[in-house]
Design a protein around this ligand. Structure first.
Ligand code: AMP
Ligand code: ZN
Length: 138
């Protein structure tokens, strides 16, 4: 299902032009218009889901297969040295367009981009507490 006011629904379904590098019946992969690096691409499902929590499992699995296919194409054609897969859910996680998408970010040895996080240093007790919370043990 498409969502009327969603720009990625419109792009994925061809109502707004995009730099498409892959398309099939369920997905369109486009070049990001604010790329982190050369070839930064977005895997867009044609059906609307806001985020991973709303994504049907079968579509999600197929999205990763498309991501692999296009990652290979990017590596082959752009000769990148590596590639980050990023997928943001929720504003605090950096999501700005609330239509599920997977970022494919080719990496080059000298690209100077920063994609990462500041590692924490929890004690083993703190880690265990988190594990118990997640596993419903406390
Ligand atoms: P996120 O922050 O994970 O929601 O990612 C949204 C991404 O979509 C950003 O990297 C934007 O540069 C990109 N973006 C937003 N609008 C467009 C558009 N019309 N065409 C291509 N990329 C877009
Ligand atoms: Zn949408």
């Amino acid at each position: 299902m498409k969502k009327d006011d969603c720009i990625f629904c419109k792009i994925a379904n061809g109502e707004i032009p995009s730099n498409t590098i892959y398309e099939d019946d369920l997905f369109r992969v486009i070049l990001d218009n604010g790329p982190a690096t050369k070839g930064h691409a977005l895997v867009l499902p044609k059906d609307h889901s806001a985020d991973i929590f709303e994504m049907p499992e079968d579509t999600l699995a197929k999205a990763m297969v498309v991501a692999k296919k296009v990652a290979g194409k990017l590596k082959e054609t752009l000769s990148c040295d590596g590639l980050n897969i990023v997928q943001n859910n929720g504003e605090c996680a950096g999501q700005t367009v609330h239509h599920f998408h997977i970022h494919l970010i080719p990496r080059y040895a000298d690209d100077g981009q920063l994609i990462g996080w500041k590692p924490g240093s929890p004690s083993s007790e703190e880690l265990e507490k988190v594990r118990k919370t997640i596993n419903g043990e406390s």
